[in-house]
Design a protein around this ligand. Structure first.
Ligand code: N2P
Length: 362
């Protein structure tokens, strides 16, 4: 009898160990996109351990999702990429009974996100922002004059203007579906056009200013702007504000500003979703629900300087952030924002080909 009990105990302990070992949540998120204590707090609240990897490109995430068996439980595609990936069967429908904090979300913003995912069946807004211009105030004034108002995409797309800034370093995002439409918009074309001639015109403009661009990269610019190593970056709103905060912390006399250019800018939503083959969908739901807690999401916004879609969190977000028109655009600026376009596979291939040409000059 004693022996049997011991065997049973061993069996129980082994099962417990396997279970504990398996209660891991694997997250794949954008770099510089979470508060320092979010994951720790999640583990403390749920006992679920987290592994956390980062990317800085929708294309990289998409390749992993389409290949399948990524091993991730929660990923954060931008809404246009999300829509195409949903169509490819990449994500599971959310079990909303496990997401009571959905009640905290802003109904209008979720309705906006539903344009890409009807009824918000597969995804919840993580953060949202715009794609505009970050710049070093003094370095730009030195080159363009104290009275020059930085309010236009001409800073990048007018070859004479960007030539004057080339020596201090211009970077642009390595994000073809954001950069080419921005160039099209500057040319007066519809940034949401999928017309090949329009896309080619946008790419051609980028090729014209290519000699003035130091590099194409989607995360390096945060520290480069902050350290004064570059002076202009086409970048994502919160990332530029993080550069500003890092410079202020370093007390290095670098002042960084962010502008949504007067011609308009892309407004995007990054969405939390669960891959259909996620190893631990329960933990994934627990995490998504945890992030939708008003305080947790406010903590993230207060750290990464991105707007969120959580109405209940707003009173907990620093006033410095809620009142900044670069993070929460004014009504006038909102009118000029465009939403991400969902491209079909053929147009997507055209964009990839054009982008290679822009980057390599071939
Ligand atoms: C975070 C960048 C997220 C914005 N560093 C891209 N959608």
């Amino acid at each position: 009898m004693k022996l049997r009990l011991t065997t049973a105990l061993i069996a129980l302990t082994a099962a417990g160990a396997v279970q504990a070992q398996e209660n891991i949540l694997r997250i794949y998120n954008w770099s510089d996109y979470i508060a320092e204590d979010t994951l720790e707090k999640f583990t403390a609240a749920t006992g679920i351990e987290v592994t956390y990897d980062v990317y800085d490109s929708n294309e990289v995430l998409e390749a992993k999702m389409l290949a399948g068996s990524s091993g991730y439980d929660v990923v954060v595609p931008t809404s246009d990429f999300l829509q195409r990936q949903i169509a490819a069967g990449v994500y599971m429908p959310l079990d909303k009974s496990k997401l009571p904090n959905l009640a905290n979300m802003d109904a209008d913003l979720m309705a906006g996100a539903a344009a890409y995912d009807p009824d918000n069946e597969h995804a919840v807004i993580y953060m949202w922002g715009t794609t505009g211009i970050g710049y070093n105030v003094a370095a730009v004034a030195e080159r363009l004059g104290e009275d020059y108002e930085v309010d236009s995409w001409s800073l990048i797309f007018d070859p004479e203007t960007s030539a004057k800034l080339a020596d201090c370093g211009i970077s642009v995002l390595d994000a073809p579906t954001e950069m080419i439409p921005a160039a099209m918009n500057y040319l007066g074309l519809d940034p949401n056009s999928s017309d090949k001639a329009d896309l080619e015109a946008g790419a051609a403009l980028l090729e014209t200013v290519r000699p003035n661009i130091r590099y194409f990269h989607s995360s390096q610019y945060i520290s480069d702007l902050a350290n004064g190593d570059t002076c202009v970056a086409v970048g994502w709103s919160g990332d530029v504000f993080q550069a500003q905060a890092r410079a202020a912390e370093a007390e290095n006399d670098v002042e960084i500003a962010y502008v949504i250019p007067k011609e308009g800018a892309l407004q995007w939503f990054d969405m939390m979703a669960i891959p259909a083959d996620a190893p631990n969908p329960d933990a994934a739901h627990a995490f998504i629900n945890f992030v939708m807690d008003a305080q947790i999401t406010a903590d993230i916004t207060n750290y990464v300087w991105y707007a969120n879609g959580n109405a209940a969190s707003m009173s907990l977000v620093d006033e410095e952030i809620t009142s900044d028109p670069g993070i929460f655009p004014t009504e006038a600026a909102k009118a000029g924002l465009w939403a991400s376009t969902v491209y079909d596979a053929r147009t997507d291939r055209t964009i990839t080909r054009l982008w290679t040409r822009v980057k390599t000059g071939q």
